[in-house]
Design a binder for this molecule. Structure first.
Ligand code: SF4
Ligand code: SF4
Length: 477
């Protein structure tokens, strides 16, 4: 079988998929759930319940009218005991709904899905996906219903199921493929119907050949002839949208553009499972598969965890820690975010939680040394950026130059820092530059909008004054 891959850059960090053979085990729902009201890219939700209310599982507790948004549901039944700012995996604090579990496990109503794909309209399917709060579960958390609603002039040829899972340690997607292959195919068929894509591709890295065989067998068994399962090389960041498209279709997504520009939509396999459950079972996104791993946790494994369960609960339910915890990461070691508190909850975007002990100090950022201009960071950057130059410009506070050097294209994969022999904090600085540029662009856009508004107001007033004057002249004349 042919192996596909992207050409520019990429690395092969040592794999540590110790939880590969651990099937999902459900954790007991937490006694207290901390459910953030903004778990997606886009407009935050506003609470539609109040302290003292009784809620049931699957009840919408936060929603927004904005197009780019996804509702948030109660993940346990019980009483809303508080609404306050709580720690969030991105290192910020987010308005959260705190629910005290009554352990009655009461659902808001009977879950109802569609009868068949053939008899459902595209609009019904999208509505189901939107109402059930589905977002990209590979970590991007982009609302799925929005991703499936491209502008009318864009033609989508192919939906790619992303089963690459290139982060060392993470095995969530692998387990989803091994345990829920039917649902992944259902999700893909649903998205192909919505987007009118003629083809579906399931792309899986070569280190998961059993998942390839299983999905291939299922596709064949169901006599689906427009879905193909393909192998992509085990290489980081093979699971990046743009890298996967380059590998699979040989197409380059233009700078600053989305995959739909080349007629493609990429969807994480876990998201496809959730899409299938939303559409066929009417199930909202109240829980997800999470890889719990690292040297400091007693029982590493894959667990199905209710959204809102805090790390403290997870440690308790997985047998505790084996050593002093020195580093806690949400996500994988390459792109994940280090946490400073155990009170942070699992959210829709949490694919893994890693616990490390003393030995992590060797992995900790070391003292930076001067750049020796070896060009490794340039050679290995999968986007073709020049991290050393962006880093220099950022240190000189030359934001204009970082923009010219396309810092906003950085996918924050961490490869440049990983390969730099001088241990320069490249990813961090490129990310900072990117955020600053995006922030400035937002401010500029807001200024422009305000200016246009004032201009329109002035013009309206001038016109009204002119009209009044005209009327006055008519009377006097
Ligand atoms: S973090 Fe950004 S700059 Fe560094 S290698 Fe990845 S894409 Fe390139
Ligand atoms: S890899 Fe490090 S040392 Fe080499 S050019 Fe890039 S920043 Fe400089």
């Amino acid at each position: 079988m042919k192996e596909f891959t992207f050409k520019t850059g990429g690395v092969y960090p040592e794999e540590n998929k110790m939880t590969k053979d651990s099937p999902f085990v459900p954790l007991t729902p937490p006694a207290i759930a901390v459910i953030p009201l903004s778990q997606h890219i886009g407009a935050p939700n506003t609470p539609i319940i109040k302290v003292g209310d009784r809620v049931k599982i699957g009840q919408v507790i936060g929603s927004a009218n904005a197009f780019v948004s996804a509702p948030v549901h109660a993940t346990i039944s019980g009483e809303v005991v508080a609404m306050e700012l709580r720690p969030f995996p991105l290192g910020t604090k987010v308005q959260s709904v705190i629910i005290k579990n009554d352990f009655k496990e009461e659902w808001v109503g009977d879950l109802k899905g569609i009868k068949s794909l053939e008899s459902s309209s595209k609009e019904d399917l999208i509505k189901n996906i939107r109402d059930k709060g589905i977002v990209g579960m590979g970590g991007a958390t982009f609302p799925t219903a929005v991703k499936l609603s491209p502008p009318k002039d864009k033609v989508i040829d192919v939906v790619i199921a992303n089963g690459a899972e290139c982060e060392p340690y993470l095995t969530t997607d692998y387990r989803v493929m091994m345990e829920y292959s039917e649902k992944i195919i259902n999700g893909l068929l649903i998205e192909m119907k919505i987007t009118e894509a003629k083809h579906g591709i399931i792309a899986i890295e070569t280190n998961k050949k059993d998942a390839v065989l299983l999905l291939e067998e299922n596709v064949k068994k169901r006599r689906i002839d427009n879905i193909e399962v393909i192998l992509v090389k085990t290489k980081y960041p093979q699971g990046g949208e743009k890298q996967l498209i380059k590998a699979v279709l040989g197409k380059e997504v233009p700078v600053g553009e989305l995959p739909l520009e080349v007629g493609a939509i990429v969807q994480n396999v876990g998201t496809l499972k959730a899409v299938s459950e939303a559409v066929f079972e009417g199930k909202p996104l109240i829980e997800r598969g999470v890889t719990v791993s690292g040297s400091a946790i007693k029982r590493p494994g894959n667990y199905t965890i209710r959204i809102g369960t805090t790390v403290t609960d997870i440690i308790q339910q997985t047998g505790g820690l084996t050593k002093k915890l020195r580093k806690l990461i949400f996500g994988g070691p390459m792109m994940g975010i280090a946490q400073s508190t155990l009170e942070v909850p699992v959210t829709k975007g949490t694919s893994g939680i890693l616990f490390f002990g003393e030995e992590v100090l060797e992995m900790a950022p070391q003292d930076e040394m001067p750049c020796i201009r070896c060009s490794r960071c340039v050679d290995w950057c999968p986007i073709g950026l020049m991290p050393l130059l962006i880093d220099h410009a950022w240190r000189r506070e030359d934001i204009k130059l970082t923009e010219t050097l396309n810092a906003t294209d950085c996918i924050e994969c961490g490869v440049c820092s990983y390969v730099c022999p001088s241990k320069r904090h490249l990813t961090e600085n490129v990310r900072n530059a990117k955020q600053k540029i995006l922030k400035q662009r937002k401010i500029e856009a807001a200024k422009k909008a305000a200016f246009e508004k004032i201009k329109a107001l002035k013009e309206k007033k001038a016109q009204e004054a002119e009209e009044k004057l005209g009327e006055g002249e008519k009377v006097n004349g």
